[in-house]
Design a binder for this molecule. Structure first.
Ligand code: BG6
Length: 482
């Protein structure tokens, strides 16, 4: 569609930036915090780039005041961060840790002091290891009650000050990496049956959390954050168009339909039946999923890239570790589901050093698809560029990041002109942080942090990059000056 004059961003648009507890906090055993599945996983040789851990991360746990002050100077409207379950319940359930609750009280109050809206993610992948030991974590239905209990503790404590809640970050990623690709805890591969069961448990945890929040705070705004990669058919060959349809049902709508409609897509369900991997549901589950979906306020979208779907022969490529986690361009391999689709590179688009496709128009497509399929507002909860940054004379010049963000914001503006309701745009990330599998060399922040892979490297000093000053202007002009 073409509009001669843009409506621009709404007056109350939330210009934001984001992080996650494990990736920034450090203080991995501070003040009564319990051990998470990631604290354990990173210690298994070969699992992360150069054996990096989040033990110290970028020490946000001790430097949050300095970080928030920089946010305020930038004019940030919202800061999205996650809470470490293990700080609140060191064992996942049982006794609550007051020191952990206090840390997030302090962070939230610090943000509010400067008029920055806190946007809280309940779960960004760091599950208490104690729950893994007690009942294999997400594999057991028992986790639903513990999750809701943990979430309710957060609502009770922070609900008077936090309006925006994200129940879960990228369920599609942590489950596929954990049970299909072996790259996240618990490190299982090709376990389709458990993968779908785990997802059903996560869906129930999400749904019951939404219901609990709305009972306590009916005016709160809630949604899940989904890693959404819109997909192009490889070409006009009908079998490739069908590969796209399969990809959408199994990789996108499988999750988004649950959040927005409270039901699984029929054709994906039929495929699961044919493979004997449908999840076990209990009486009443469908009702709970539907009730929660009716109360969801937005679709959270983490947008990084689009993909391509091409028919994949029954003997074709699978899902296991095909990623480029080193930053050596051109080392990622094609992945897929035999008999359905594979995802070759898109020759029309450039890529990052980690082989992620750069496609600004994709963010507009996310918004358009969500608007026409679900008629829900959108919160862009992540979007950003992972790159190698260098300090030169005490400064960090990152024109490539500015170009990336500018192009995406321009497309987001068009999505708003197209009629999409977009509430917020959070870049990934605010400060540099630990990239789960890619160490500290893959940097995303507006604020450079002086550290490398080695735990004892660097001063952890903060240096605002050129993109920091650029985004300050974007916020000041409400997206008019890009
Ligand atoms: C999202 C996650 O998948 O993408 C973040 O929510 C993550 O936690 C981000 O850091 C970028 O991914 P990566 O692998 O480059 O760190």
């Amino acid at each position: 569609m073409y509009f001669e004059k843009s409506k621009g961003f709404p007056k109350d648009f939330l210009w934001g930036s984001a992080s996650a507890a494990y990736q920034v906090e450090g203080g991995w055993d501070a003040d009564g915090k319990g051990v998470s599945n990631w604290d354990k996983f990173v210690r298994i040789p070969g699992k992360t780039f150069k054996a990096t851990t989040g033990d110290k991360a970028v020490d946000h746990y001790h430097r949050y005041k300095e970080d928030v002050k920089l946010m305020a100077e930038m004019g940030l409207k919202t800061y999205r961060f996650s809470i470490a379950w293990t700080r609140i319940y060191p064992n996942g359930n049982g006794e609550v840790n007051e020191a952990g609750l206090q840390f997030y009280d302090n962070l939230i109050n610090e943000l509010l002091k400067y008029g920055i809206e806190p946007m809280v993610t309940v779960y960004h992948w760091d599950m208490p290891q104690a729950l893994e030991d007690q009942y294999h974590g997400w594999e057991s239905r028992q986790i639903v009650d513990d999750y809701v209990n943990y979430a309710k503790t957060l609502f009770e404590r922070y609900g008077d000050r936090v309006k925006y809640w994200i129940t879960m970050n990228e369920q599609n990623i942590f489950t596929s990496f954990g049970w299909l690709k072996g790259m996240h805890p618990p490190g299982k591969e090709n376990d389709m049956k458990t993968f779908y069961q785990v997802n059903h448990h996560a869906n129930m945890a999400h749904a019951k959390t939404v219901l609990a929040l709305k009972e306590m705070y009916p005016d709160a705004k809630v949604g899940a954050s989904f890693a959404y990669s819109p997909c192009y058919a490889y070409d006009r060959k009908p079998e490739n168009a069908m590969a796209k349809a399969d990809y959408d049902d199994l990789q996108n709508y499988w999750w988004m339909d649950i959040y927005a409609y409270g039901r699984y897509p029929r054709s994906a369900w039929a495929y699961l039946e044919s493979q004997g991997v449908t999840p076990q549901m209990e009486d009443g589950d469908e009702d709970i999923l539907k009730k929660a979906a009716a109360l969801v306020d937005f679709m959270g979208v983490n947008y990084y890239q689009t993909c391509v779907a091409e028919y994949n022969d029954i003997n074709g490529v699978g899902m296991t570790n095909t990623m480029n986690n080193t930053g050596e361009k051109g080392t990622a391999q094609v992945q897929g589901v035999p008999g359905l689709y594979k995802n070759p590179a898109n020759d029309f688009l450039p890529t990052t050093d980690w082989d992620w496709t750069i496609d600004p128009m994709g963010i507009r497509m996310c918004c358009r698809d969500i608007t026409s399929r679900y008629d829900l507002p959108v919160v862009i909860s992540e979007n950003g560029l992972g790159a190698f940054d260098k300090v030169e004379d005490g400064q960090v010049h990152d024109p490539y990041r500015i170009a990336y963000l500018k192009a995406h914001i321009e497309e987001l503006k068009k999505a708003i002109d197209d009629g999409c309701r977009v509430l917020a745009y959070c870049t990934w990330s605010y400060t540099d942080l630990l990239s789960w599998l890619n160490g500290y060399q893959k940097r995303y922040g507006f604020v450079y942090v002086d550290r490398e892979e080695d735990e004892n490297s660097g001063t952890l000093n903060r240096i605002p990059k050129d993109s920091y000053y650029w985004y300050k202007k974007v916020i000041e002009t409400n997206g008019e000056e890009l």
